[in-house]
Ligand binder design. Sequence first.
Ligand SMILES: [Zn+2]
Ligand SMILES: [Zn+2]
Length: 227
Amino acid sequence: MDKKEMKEWLELGLKFHGHICGGMPLGFRAGLLAMETLGVEREPNSTVVALAETGEYHLAGCWVDGIMLATGCTYGKGNMHKLFWGKWAVTLVDPRASRAVRVSVRPEALEQAFNSPFLQQRRAGVPPSEVDQEIARAQFDSVAEAPDGKLFQVSKPFQFEWKSPTTTFEVRRCAECGELAVIRHMRVNDEGKPVCASCLRSPFDYPEDLVVTRGPEHCRWPAPDKT
Ligand SMILES: [Zn+2]
Ligand SMILES: [Zn+2]
């Protein structure tokens, strides 16, 4: 990817992400490096899968947006997963070839970023969009322009079996709330009728083989308001 194209993607990323920071471009660069090493293009469908070791509500979690931007693995398409390990590494999987690569951010690069003026303001409670814009832009640029080798360690491609669930088109109305739901996320109630997960007050109900994506307690949907 040439500099002009990268700049255009990063501008799009900024619009989507909402604020200037170092995390989003870091994920973007990691995604590009993973794609190049694995030999895949930006994913138009749901075939290539990204597994980010990131959690939620921690510093530099923003980088997942950059990974999505670069790789085309997105939450909407279902091929972006968080492992909730609180780490800055991503494994990009090509299930067609049973191959994957893992890109991790060098600890020195992270430590440097975490000691930066940007993070000092964040630690003091300043929301990312309200950090001094010169400081934010400097953080963004330093990540966007650093050589790959300074930011990342990248594995050789290795064997990795991954089977995504097939896309289902089967839907049903919930017997309780009447809303439409995807059948494989529904349960059968005592009367043998299909009931949606929110009416059963269940947490996210992923297929078994996607159980790794389950988040911590606070990620559960609240029970629907029945009033
Ligand atoms: Zn951010
Ligand atoms: Zn329901």
